[in-house]
Ligand binder design. Structure first.
Ligand code: F6P
Length: 543
């Protein structure tokens, strides 16, 4: 177990010595600090100097990577080894952005030809829809895309199409249906026209109850409007399950395949990204793949001291396992990235929210942290109060594009000023003494100062990373997402867990299936008394 290693114990001792070090003092003592703790990749820049670290911290954290053989584990992933041990699968989202086409073998077979064939099919289809060659049943151009999927089959396409809104074809719009709540379908169906709508059903398994129920409702809506033969003109599927797709009435010529070596939450780079490609064009989709590939190459080939995903992962471990900070926030200062935290929640928490190690033993240290966030400056007016003055310390990632797609007046300068100010304020804080001085300057009486000075003080010493991209374009979006994927991977390696299964989502699904017939009819099951009375109450209310 990692917590028994020398590197871990060294870090624990180092933590005891340095846990109270003030970042602002570290800056005063070292004028080079900001230059030392940064990595510049041109399109993406990481400043990690506002962290509670010194040179030794980084050295000891890097020692941890040697202890867990991180280099070998990275090579194992990139070479197609079956590192998803509980499901006996390779983990090859990196193959989807392998722009040089270097062969990658799974069970002795190069996966690149199949991947390229699907991309070429996607390109033709996207061009045909976007240029009006593939038309709806009544001969009209399809200009509305409705993505039906959930989890990894929704969050990636949803986040990325929103992020790349500036690249959408001008005559097209898109919607996403994921939740089983009928309102999710109703909200979309009430706004769209069946004659110009293309439904993209995305489901790796094509058995997910939410997706199949939503797809069935949309299918009925379309058939009621345009008749049964219209289905093949208005529905396409992205799946690994051809049999179920054709049972649904979708021509398998219009099915886009992906593979078991692509996990749901790592799948937006595959045909699961069809809605993205339809909206922004395959050329832009490929730019996103190229950005992700640039991050893959950086991750695979760079010394860990200068390796962005590795540094981010190590800082996360430092806070989670030594300081005991069990959550972290991601705050993009870009309106179009507002769904990034939602996407990252699945990526990080479904990957690393685990308690059993790959050696089949329960872990005795904490693993995945709770991730939350939202777009700045909006969230400054909601949960930032707690970040500044609450009793929990929550490390943050600020994401800032230097150039906005909408440079209107001083909007962008104000936005960026706020992002930078938050990082500085969280680190520097304001002592009670400083607060008192400020109150005195503003003309408050002695009594007022003594009454207010503590409320107006800020503990400070709260860490953050700042990630600057030049502009939110497909390439930098690809880099950013791949950066977080690899960060999550590195943490999984350190915690010795399998980041690529998701067995924790099964129990609730199973129980829902047994409660459903009880809600629908007279079936009865065995439950705790709370659940049993809630079933009874809701049935009574619904009568
Ligand atoms: O929530 C569990 C999960 O299996 C995710 O990993 C996946 O992204 C989602 O459900 C959807 O599954 P499918 O693509 O098979 O419909």
């Amino acid at each position: 177990m990692i917590n028994k290693t020398y590197a871990w114990k060294r870090l624990a001792a180092h933590y005891r010595w340095h846990k109270k070090d003030e970042m602002k003092d570290l800056f005063l003592r070292d004028s080079e600090r900001a230059q030392k703790y940064k990595v510049d990749l041109g399109n993406l820049y990481l400043d990690y100097s506002k962290n509670r670290i010194n040179d030794k911290t980084m050295k000891y954290l890097i020692n941890l990577t040697k202890e867990v053989k991180l280099k070998e584990k990275i090579d194992a992933m990139f070479s197609g080894q079956k590192i998803n041990t509980t499901e006996n699968r390779a983990v090859l989202h990196i193959a989807l952005r392998n722009r040089t086409n270097t062969p990658i073998y799974v069970d002795g077979k190069d996966v690149m030809p199949e991947i390229n064939a699907v991309f070429s099919k996607m390109k033709h289809f996207c061009d045909d829809v976007r240029y009006g060659k593939f038309k709806g049943a009544t001969g009209k151009k399809l200009t509305t895309i409705v993505n039906i999927g959930i989890g990894g089959s929704d969050l990636g396409p949803f986040m990325a199409t929103t992020a790349l809104k500036e690249y959408w074809a001008k005559d097209m719009k898109c919607y996403f249906i994921s939740n089983i709540d009928g309102s999710a379908c109703e909200d979309v169906l009430s706004e769209i026209d069946p004659e110009t709508t293309l439904f993209v059903i995305v489901s790796k398994t094509f058995t997910t109850i939410e997706t199949l129920t939503n797809a069935g409702t949309c299918r009925k809506w379309l058939v009621d409007a345009l008749g049964e033969p219209a289905v093949s003109k208005h529905f396409v599927a992205v799946s690994t399950n051809a049999a179920e797709v054709s049972k649904f009435g979708i021509n398998t010529d219009n099915m886009f395949e992906f593979w078991n070596f692509v996990g749901g939450r790592y799948s937006m780079w595959s045909a699961v990204g069809l809605s993205i490609a339809l909206m922004v064009g395959m050329e832009n989709f490929e730019r996103m793949l190229a950005g992700a590939n640039a991050m893959d190459m950086h991750f695979k080939n760079t010394e860990f001291e200068y390796n962005i995903p590795v540094i981010l992962a190590l800082l996360g471990v430092w806070y989670n396992n030594f300081f005991g900070f069990k959550s972290y926030g991601v705050i993009p200062y870009d309106q179009d990235l507002r769904f990034l935290p939602k996407y990252l929640q699945q990526l990080d928490m479904e990957s690393n929210g685990k308690s059993v190690a790959v050696n089949n033993k329960f872990v005795k240290y904490s693993t995945g942290a709770v991730l939350f966030g939202g777009a700045g400056t909006d969230v400054q007016h909601s949960f930032f109060q707690l970040l500044h003055q609450g009793t929990s310390i929550i490390p943050l990632d600020f994401i800032i594009p230097a150039i906005s797609h909408n440079e209107i007046g001083f909007h962008h300068e104000i936005l960026v000023a706020n992002a930078l100010a938050q990082g500085e304020a969280l680190m520097c804080g304001k002592t009670v003494h400083e607060a008192a001085e400020e109150l005195a300057k503003s003309g408050k009486t002695k009594a007022e100062i003594s009454q207010l000075k503590r409320y107006k003080s800020f503990a400070g010493n709260r860490p953050s990373n700042t990630i600057v991209i030049k502009k939110l374009d497909p390439y930098s979006l690809g880099m950013l997402i791949a950066m977080y994927e690899h960060k999550v991977f590195v943490q999984g390696v350190i915690w010795n867990i399998n980041s690529f299964d998701q067995m924790g989502v099964e129990l609730g699904k199973q129980m829902a299936l047994s409660i459903l017939p009880e809600l629908q009819g007279n079936a009865s099951g065995i439950h705790d008394s709370s659940t049993a009375s809630l079933i009874k109450l809701i049935k009574k209310m619904r009568k």
